[in-house]
Design a protein around this ligand. Structure first.
Ligand code: SF4
Length: 353
């Protein structure tokens, strides 16, 4: 990195802009440590607009860490389903339990104690401690990486360890020690609303007079990306098997692993519908086909009508549910898509991911 703009110029420009332009978001109205923590976990890998509804419903049901710690994971999954990245929810549950056990139910006002909680990495620690407690800790997420990469014309891949460390150092240098929480939010807000991946609004940007890529290159070319490897594709056969009173059989996935803790249609990784026999099911007609992409793999799912009561040691247990009961479960994304493709009417807000 060369010719970096001095923090003393960046801070007032960015904070003035933030004071006049920041979005009114529910967790900003009342930034208690718990609300900030929950919002930061929900916002990882997920857009603000998608999070707001989930956040409000979640806070109504789990207004304190103790409320979450005392709830069953299964109930939490119902509130999380659709946000994806379910390990976040399991970790938040575990972290809230630790807050109750170690800190009497209060989120610790101490970066070291907070960072020792399950699921709290450097980013979450910096965000919660700066926003909720005013501690001078920086954050580095995708938005901040993009802003700094462009501001300083960083042409190395931020995923490289040396580049990532240099970006953290720069985020630390830039941080305004008097308003660390606002500064961190301002950097993230700028990345989300102005310095966007495509078509950044450089004319409106409060940092445009300090921005190196604007002078010397093409903003959209940064941050530097290495080509993503093609994700492996797997065939999955799923079954829609109903009881005589039209309840649908679902299996609860074990908490560890992909889609852990979520309900899903009985399914096996296979190309052959006959494989459903391994689960004690008799296979009928094919009724839907869907594709579902995860971060590291893609499932190609074929859904068959089937009869019988499923059994498999790949699931914790099986239960049969009415469609309206399913609407309140944490339902795995591929199952939700497959059921919809087969014409089963499920409300929009539960499921997916
Ligand atoms: S001037 Fe453009 S590229 Fe530079 S920080 Fe602002 S929005 Fe991003």
């Amino acid at each position: 990195m060369s010719k970096e703009a001095p923090p003393a110029l960046i801070r007032p420009a960015l904070l003035d802009w933030y004071d006049g332009h920041h979005r009114d978001l529910p967790w900003r109205r009342d930034p208690t440590p718990w609300r900030v923590w929950v919002s930061e976990i929900m916002l990882q890998q997920t857009r603000v607009e998608s999070v707001i509804g989930y956040f409000n419903r979640f806070m109504e049901r789990f207004p304190t860490p103790r409320d979450l710690a005392e709830a069953e994971l299964d109930e939490l999954m119902g509130y999380w389903a659709g946000l994806g990245y379910y390990a976040r929810a399991r970790n938040l549950h575990a972290g809230a339990t630790q807050v109750v056990e170690r800190h009497g139910g209060r989120v610790p006002d101490d970066p070291e104690a907070f960072a020792a909680l399950k699921g709290v990495g450097r980013y979450t620690c910096g965000a919660v401690q700066s926003i909720a407690f005013g501690r001078p800790l920086s954050v580095l997420d995708g938005n901040v990486i993009r802003v700094i990469s462009r501001l300083d014309y960083v042409t190395e891949d931020p995923k490289l360890s040396a580049t990532n460390k240099a970006l953290w150092r720069r985020a630390d240098d830039l941080l305004d020690p008097d308003r660390p929480g606002d500064f961190n939010q301002a950097m993230m807000e700028l990345g989300a609303t102005v310095c966007t991946p495509r078509a950044p609004k450089c004319l409106l940007c409060p940092l445009n007079t300090h921005c190196q890529v604007l002078r010397e290159g093409e903003p959209e070319s940064l941050p530097m990306k290495t080509k993503r490897k093609k994700r492996p594709q797997y065939d999955v056969i799923a079954a829609l098997s109903e009881t005589e009173d039209n309840r649908i059989w679902l299996g609860l996935r074990p908490t560890s692993g992909l889609l852990g803790g979520l309900w899903s249609l009985p399914s096996v990784r296979s190309e052959h519908p006959d494989s459903l026999a391994e689960m004690g099911l008799r296979c009928g007609d094919e009724i839907a086909q869907i594709q579902h992409g995860f971060t590291h793999q893609v499932w190609s799912v074929r859904l068959y009508r089937a009869t019988g009561r499923p059994q498999s040691d790949q699931f914790d247990r099986f239960s049969a549910f009415t469609v309206s009961e399913i609407a309140h479960l944490g339902l795995a994304g591929p199952s939700l898509k497959a059921l919809r493709a087969a014409g089963v009417k499920l409300p929009h807000r539960r499921g997916a991911g």
